[in-house]
Design a protein around this ligand. Structure first.
Ligand code: GRF
Length: 201
């Protein structure tokens, strides 16, 4: 499948996908990386891998929808078939989600449905859970609420710090996201857009 990746920063999840594609683990190719922020490391990672990049700054647009229309134009021009939100920090509206539903996935650094929204790592520490992790899910209009594709758990130790937990979850993400992308590219996992549930082959 032709994959488009949306980023906002470091791009460690993007890098994991690049590595897995190069290793032959994913039946797909990343045809464009779009960032809403300029000069982020994720753009350098894409350039190093020879992937076309595009910066679409959300601040340049009058409305969320116009920002999303600019993203939509770039994705269509590259004939993207699957959109992966990899550290993309903007909320997408019904306009964009309704056009990509079933071909739009996100990675969240907690075991959904627990700890939706921002600072999921801190939420887990504050709740005193002993297990946390990450989730790859289909994107719905409701934040962090779509059908779950893959998850990976990590232990939260008594002396866990925010930094140590983020590191653990980041390495779990780097396995969970490529796995989810391959499940979709291989056709093993598909969203039934009527029920919002996944059809597994
Ligand atoms: C990751 O923790 C991801 O779960 C969240 O954004 C963070 C940064 O991702 N969505 P990346 O390093 O920019 O890929």
């Amino acid at each position: 499948k032709r994959i488009g990746v949306l980023i906002s920063g470091n791009g460690t999840n993007l890098q994991a996908m690049i590595n897995n594609i190069q290793a032959g683990n994913i039946e797909g190719e990343i045809v464009v990386v779009i960032s809403n922020k300029a000069k982020v490391q994720g753009l350098e990672r894409a350039e190093k891998a020879g992937i076309p990049t595009k910066v679409i700054p959300h601040g340049d647009y009058q409305s969320r929808q116009q920002f999303e229309e600019a993203i939509q134009e770039e994705l269509i021009s590259k004939r993207v078939e699957l959109v992966v939100l990899a550290g993309f920090m903007r909320v997408l509206t019904e306009y964009f989600v309704s056009r990509w539903r079933g071909a739009l996935i996100n990675i969240h650094p907690a075991l959904l449905p627990s700890f939706k929204g921002v600072n999921a790592w801190q939420q887990a520490l504050d709740a005193g859970v002993r297990i946390s992790g990450c989730t790859v899910h289909f994107v719905e209009v409701d934040i962090d609420a779509g059908a779950i594709i893959t998850q990976e758990a990590v232990n939260v130790d008594m002396k866990e710090t925010l930094a140590s937990l983020q590191d653990k979850i980041r390495s779990a993400e780097q396995r969970a996201l490529p796995k989810a992308v391959q499940l979709i590219c291989s056709g093993k996992c598909r969203l039934d857009v009527k029920t919002g549930k996944i059809i597994w082959k």
